[in-house]
Design a protein around this ligand. Structure first.
Ligand code: ADP
Ligand code: MG
Ligand code: MG
Length: 250
């Protein structure tokens, strides 16, 4: 089964309140899905739990990657198995160049030495797609990067690491329209039979440039409805009130 499956997932903050109330979602490999929903719905929490954030406790359900539960895996093991969490990147890593950090991450994922020619080739290709200058490679990771540079850099890392499944939380926030288009170009370049992505976003804007295969709406820690790209447009026009009604009656 080539898919990332969230199966009846219930989760709470360790020693705290329940946030997820039975999330069901299947992301087939080869597809891009969006998760939308009002503030506080639990979208970021879901992303962090998929990443293996230890501040949350799963009380019921499972997360399966290609048919295998990942719940017992630490965050770094999940990454080695092909999961990429864009927002998980360290805020700043002074003293470590961007390229070196990426080379070490790739090495950890591969479990061995990285072929430098191949690595350099991937870097060049990613930079070209993202319309970016090589000077970003020698800067310390995220040190003094603007918000837009951080987002673009996350996409660059994703392109080089070539994950099987990527979760991107609010990748669009703080981007002007040109930066947004470039980020979308990177994600679209990744699309293919061996890549699946979950785009978590509060706004429909990003989905004008990355047309999702499916859109899921989360309210109060559950997916209450799903549909095609037109669902995102409807939410943009009509807001979330009509879906909240579904959440109550459903
Ligand atoms: P969204 O991303 O959809 O806006 P979040 O997942 O960030 O929603 O948050 C869902 C709810 O859970 C919010 O009410 C938020 O305050 C709460 N929450 C999430 N994580 C924590 C945490 N670590 N500590 C306290 N409250 C949290
Ligand atoms: Mg929020
Ligand atoms: Mg959020």
């Amino acid at each position: 089964v080539n898919q990332l499956e969230i199966r009846n997932l219930h989760a709470k903050i360790v020693d705290g309140e329940t946030i997820l109330n039975g999330v069901n979602l299947i992301l087939p490999k080869g597809q891009v899905h969006a998760i939308m929903g009002p503030n506080g719905a639990g979208k970021s929490t879901l992303g962090k739990i998929i990443a293996g954030d230890p501040s949350y406790e799963i009380t019921k359900g499972d997360i399966l990657m290609d048919g295998e539960s990942i719940l017992e895996m630490e965050a770094d093991e999940r990454a080695r198995n092909g999961l990429f969490l864009a927002f998980q990147y360290p805020v700043e890593v002074p003293g470590v160049s961007n390229a070196n950090f990426l080379r070490l991450a790739l090495q950890a994922k591969k479990g061995g030495e990285v072929n430098m020619m191949e690595f350099y080739g991937k870097l060049q290709k990613a930079l070209q797609t993202l319309e970016w200058d090589e000077s970003i490679l020698t800067r310390y990771l995220n040190d003094g990067f603007s918000g837009g540079e951080k987002k673009r850099n996350e996409i660059m890392h994703m392109m080089v690491l070539e994950p099987t499944y990527a979760i991107m939380d609010e990748t669009d926030s703080g981007l002007d329209i040109d930066a947004l288009k470039v980020v979308a170009k990177g994600v679209n370049a990744m699309r293919g039979p061996n890549f699946g992505a979950l785009l978590i976003t509060h706004y429909q804007r990003l989905l004008n440039y990355i047309i999702p295969d499916a859109v899921h709406v989360m309210i109060d820690g559950r997916i209450v409805t799903s549909g095609g790209p037109e669902l995102a447009l409807k939410l943009e026009e009509q807001g979330y009130d009509w879906v909240k009604e579904l959440a109550v009656t459903g």
